[in-house]
Design a binder for this molecule. Structure first.
Ligand SMILES: NC(=O)c1ccc[n+]([C@@H]2O[C@H](COP(=O)([O-])OP(=O)(O)OC[C@H]3O[C@@H](n4cnc5c(N)ncnc54)[C@H](OP(=O)(O)O)[C@@H]3O)[C@@H](O)[C@H]2O)c1
Length: 215
């Protein structure tokens, strides 16, 4: 099974801490990256200069993309245009990096009632999503990435129901510098939501699995 692909078309929605730093790493690894925010490409000059990604309108970010990364405040996912992902490639891997912080996002009833935030994002987008990059501080993406096989390499968890999409994301996580741990289906993603031991620790794959299993 193919787990790593070079030179994918990747659309990033959200050009802040996480979106920007992922853009930078993905461009460095040879991917063709476009990036969008709600205010339009004219506001993304500095981001483009720093990351090498091409600024576009939100509606154009998923166009023909093999991977779409959604990195906006969680509440804003519900405001994204309906059918946004319809122009992406069939089988697009949609990565949900987002976390639920009620003080920032307001109360979101289904999540308060026990739904994982990733499942809620999937419902808003009407697409399967893969949950990844939500449990690492954005700056650590730039500071802690290492080559495969590096002693003490940091690991990041990945969950999703679409096996092919998850395989693409597991490959990307490894490619940009982190051991990838497959946590299972999307509903297992509660194991590394805010408030769990697996949310944020700088640990190896073996330790991360221990924390995920003990959650
Ligand atoms: N910061 C971290 O260390 C970190 C780590 C892991 C996960 N996360 C999660 O990742 C998500 C993004 O966090 P962040 O820290 O990167 O946030 P951020 O720095 O505030 O960036 C958010 C980005 O989303 C854009 N945005 C907001 N509303 C939008 C909309 N309706 N349509 C399109 N773009 C929109 C913002 O630009 P405009 O306002 O100009 O549109 C901005 O570029 C959050 O859910 C957060 O919990 C953050």
């Amino acid at each position: 099974m193919e787990i790593r692909r070079i030179g994918m078309k990747i659309g990033i929605i959200g050009a802040g801490h996480i979106g920007g730093n992922l853009a930078q790493l993905l461009v460095q690894h040879g991917h063709e990256v476009v990036i969008a925010n709600s205010r339009g490409p004219a506001t993304l000059g500095a981001v483009a200069q720093r990351t090498g990604a091409t600024p576009v309108e939100v509606a154009d970010a998923p166009r023909d993309a093999e991977v779409v990364i959604v990195a906006v405040p969680l509440r804003a996912v519900a405001e994204l245009p309906k059918g946004l992902l319809d122009t992406a490639r069939p089988g697009v891997a949609v990565i949900d990096t987002n976390n639920y912080y009620p003080q920032r996002d307001g109360q979101i009833r289904p999540i308060d009632d026990g739904m994982t935030s990733a499942r809620w994002v999937s419902e808003q987008l009407a697409r399967p999503v893969v949950k990844a990059f939500n449990n690492i501080v954005a700056q650590q993406l730039l500071d802690r990435h290492t080559k495969p096989g590096t002693e003490g390499r940091r690991a990041l968890p990945v969950a999703g129901d679409d096996g092919a999409a998850k395989t693409v994301v597991l490959g990307l996580v490894d490619e940009i510098g982190f051991d990838a741990v497959d946590v299972g289906g999307l509903d297992e993603s509660w194991r590394y939501q805010p408030g769990t031991p697996a949310y944020g620790p700088d640990v190896t794959a073996a330790k991360l699995i221990e924390l995920l299993e003990g959650a």
